[in-house]
Design a protein around this ligand. Structure first.
Ligand SMILES: NC(=O)c1ccc[n+]([C@@H]2O[C@H](COP(=O)([O-])OP(=O)(O)OC[C@H]3O[C@@H](n4cnc5c(N)ncnc54)[C@H](OP(=O)(O)O)[C@@H]3O)[C@@H](O)[C@H]2O)c1
Length: 418
């Protein structure tokens, strides 16, 4: 493609983001990009533009020689993979925002790009408007990047903000997020942590060269966080955020997880509210960087899609440097986490999984503890994900070595060990 090639777009999906992209393109004529045809699921739905723009037959777009760019913005990951695969095989450049599809098929998508030499860009898939993939891919050298951590799901951050600021009930906050177009069509993807885990999976590839499906690291969402947890957090002067973490351990391997986490007011993430996303990176020489931007919604997401479409003009492709050229890191699950766990009943918390317990409170229908647990125990057991139990990582949660000499007798007593 040259700087003057007309971009003829075949668009899949005309929901929150697809319609957002359509509107944004109407206001950026200088880009010389226009939507040729739109494929949607149901032809019967009332649309804001003329019916002749639409089809429900993918082949009408995928086999159209005039269309040179496919923009995939649908909410069905399986159908999306078929569309993207066919498009890449047909030599068409592809832009997508579908993190679930990308995380599930990362290796196949990488192979397709290599085989057919077609660009596949997906900046909007991770933090919507916030350009993080290209930064991780291009700016940081694998050896220099030490960690990144951040809020990478806009709707859960919106829900947590409403619970903290307005003491809104969880269900009401979720409904608001859905009405504003921040939530996935299936909200379980957001509140169950799957969406953030899919994004972490993509970010790990571009930052540390690790291709890992969400099942390979621990993650959970916010659906078990209660108002009582929020009150305990407030009492400790913390907020609760759903945070994705990736951090190099002393042996060079990588600890990665997505968990609700207590954040202090000295943490940049503390001040990130509503649908905003943010990521802090730490690297050897640059030290800390902080990125913040809108992580959901029609126009913010469409803006990242637009940026990818525009990047096609100068033949931009991800080089996958960390995977293909440099020495990739490997994931480790040999580390400990300091966590807060609450439950309706003590019996719901598996005390035996803890190395030690520092604090223990037992009230009527609400008990909680703070302790150190090996991440393997969390990977092997799921009591901490069951309804009625919430697990929240402490600030600086990763503990590499534990020193049993530091365990107080009191904590052993509380834990019922002596
Ligand atoms: N919303 C956000 O803030 C946001 C942010 C970042 C990334 N994303 C991602 O962007 C994508 C789209 O999200 P959205 O919020 O725009 O979803 P949405 O509002 O639910 O819209 C989904 C669209 O996909 C169409 N569709 C579904 N299955 C299809 C199929 N098999 N073939 C053709 N069209 C199909 C639907 O058609 P009908 O109109 O006929 O139902 C609808 O137009 C998802 O991958 C999502 O994860 C969304």
């Amino acid at each position: 493609m040259s700087a003057t090639t007309q971009l003829n777009i075949g668009l899949f999906g005309f929901g929150v983001v697809g319609k957002g992209l359509y509107d944004v393109l109407q206001n950026t004529p200088a880009l010389q990009a226009s939507i040729h045809k739109i494929c949607i699921k149901s032809l019967d739905k009332k649309r804001s533009i003329a019916a002749e723009n639409f089809t429900n037959i993918p082949g009408e777009i995928l086999n159209n020689q005039h269309i040179n760019v496919i923009v995939e913005l649908i909410d069905d990951a399986d159908a999306a993979f078929d569309i993207v695969k066919a498009a890449l095989q047909n030599g068409k450049a592809v832009v997508s925002a579908n993190k679930k599809m990308i995380a599930e098929h990362f290796e196949e998508l990488l192979a397709l790009q290599q085989e057919f030499q077609t660009p596949f860009l997906y900046e909007a898939s991770c933090c919507a408007s916030m350009p993080i993939i290209r930064n991780l891919e291009e700016y940081y050298d694998n050896d220099l990047l030490f960690s990144f951590r951040g809020i990478i799901n806009g709707s859960t951050n919106f829900i947590l903000t409403k619970i903290f600021q307005e003491q809104l009930e969880f269900e009401k906050a979720l409904l608001m997020a859905q009405q504003l177009g921040f939530a996935e069509s299936n909200p379980q993807l957001d509140i169950g942590g799957f969406d953030a885990a899919n994004k972490l999976s993509i970010l790990l590839a571009h930052s540390f060269g690790i291709i890992a499906k969400p099942a390979e690291f621990i993650f959970t969402g916010i659906k078990n966080i209660s108002l009582q947890d929020a009150l305990v957090a407030k009492g400790k002067k913390y907020k609760i955020k759903l945070v994705a973490n990736a951090q190099k351990l002393a042996d060079g391997k990588l600890a990665a997880f997505v968990l609700p986490q207590f954040v202090t007011k000295h943490d940049e993430l503390y001040h990130v509210e509503n649908e905003f996303n943010a990521i802090t990176t730490e690297s050897s020489f640059a030290d800390k960087h902080f990125f913040k931007g809108k992580g959901a919604g029609a126009f913010p997401t469409a803006s990242a899609v637009l940026s990818d479409i525009s990047a096609l003009r100068y033949n931009y492709k991800y080089e996958y440097k960390k995977i293909l050229i440099q020495q990739a890191s490997v994931l480790s699950n040999d580390f400990y986490l300091k966590v807060f766990v609450s439950a309706n009943e003590i019996a719901a918390i598996n005390k035996d999984d803890f190395e030690w317990i520092e604090e223990w409170h037992n009230e009527y229908h609400y008990c909680w503890l703070v302790g150190i647990i090996h991440v393997k125990k969390l990977a092997e057991h799921d009591w901490w994900k069951l309804p009625g139990v919430s697990l929240i990582a402490y600030p600086d949660a990763v503990v590499e070595n534990i020193d049993y000499k530091n365990i107080s007798k009191r904590s052993l007593e509380l834990a019922g060990i002596v």
